[in-house]
Design a binder for this molecule. Structure first.
Ligand code: MN
Length: 230
């Protein structure tokens, strides 16, 4: 093939305990999926149901060094359980989603909160606040066959050793199976899709030099350092 520009290559995520890699197709995200976080963002979990948005596939990165992004003065972490889809499907029943989950990961839905807040207030899309370079750091993928049941388990985030987020996956408003069922009514889910399931309360701003350490029980940890802008 004779390309006019070099074709881009999808990010690949290592599979824990294996030499195999998970190629990223799309990144879907769920917003407003823990009640305490919905309230800290000034919304009402009864009135505002979870919402979907996307990040570009090449926002996914396993780099431990994440450059501070341009265009923001309020750059936030959001620690999330990530679903890694292993099978194509649409209109998937919520009772039948287990076959579609290849595995799980820990992810950061990094957010330019000032841009997200401004666009939301204007009724504009969230894209500049949510979908930007390096905005989806992820851990290795842990196969579902090894991780087991992820309907509960502690999820934490520390910044420079100080605990900032501490919740349990059982507090998700929409569970993993419901997220897959809902998303698959809107999109053809494909192997390689990642789904960020939403963050608990305790989000906050970080600056160059800050070290973030996320943990999810039954998975492992994800450690990144924010570095100077590129
Ligand atoms: Mn999020």
């Amino acid at each position: 093939m004779n390309y006019v520009v070099a074709p881009s290559v999808s990010p690949v995520i290592p599979v824990s305990g294996s030499e195999q890699m998970f190629p990223v197709h799309r990144i879907y995200c769920v917003g407003k999926n823990y009640a305490a976080h919905v309230r800290e963002m000034g919304s009402d979990p009864q009135r505002d149901p979870p919402c979907f948005f996307m990040k570009p596939a090449d926002a996914a990165t396993t780099s431990a060094r994440i450059p501070y992004p341009p265009g923001t003065k309020n750059y936030h972490y959001e620690t999330e359980l990530v679903l890694a889809i292993g099978k194509e499907g649409r209109n998937i029943s919520a009772e039948n989603t287990a076959d579609y989950i290849y595995g799980y990961a820990i992810g950061f839905d990094m957010t330019r909160r000032d841009l997200q807040t401004a666009s939301g207030g204007l009724g504009h899309p969230w894209d500049t606040g949510k979908g930007f370079d390096h905005s989806a750091p992820v851990s290795s993928i842990y196969p579902a066959s090894v991780a087991g049941n992820m309907e509960n388990g502690r999820i934490t985030l520390s910044v420079n050793g100080e605990l900032k987020q501490d919740a349990d996956l059982s507090q998700l408003i929409w569970k993993s199976n419901e997220i897959i069922a809902q998303l698959s009514k809107l999109y053809l889910l494909k192997p390689g899709d990642l789904i960020f399931t939403g963050t608990p309360a305790g989000v906050g701003a970080v600056l160059p030099g800050d070290k973030l350490l996320a943990t999810i029980e039954k998975l492992g940890e994800l450690s990144i350092e924010i570095t100077e802008p590129e």
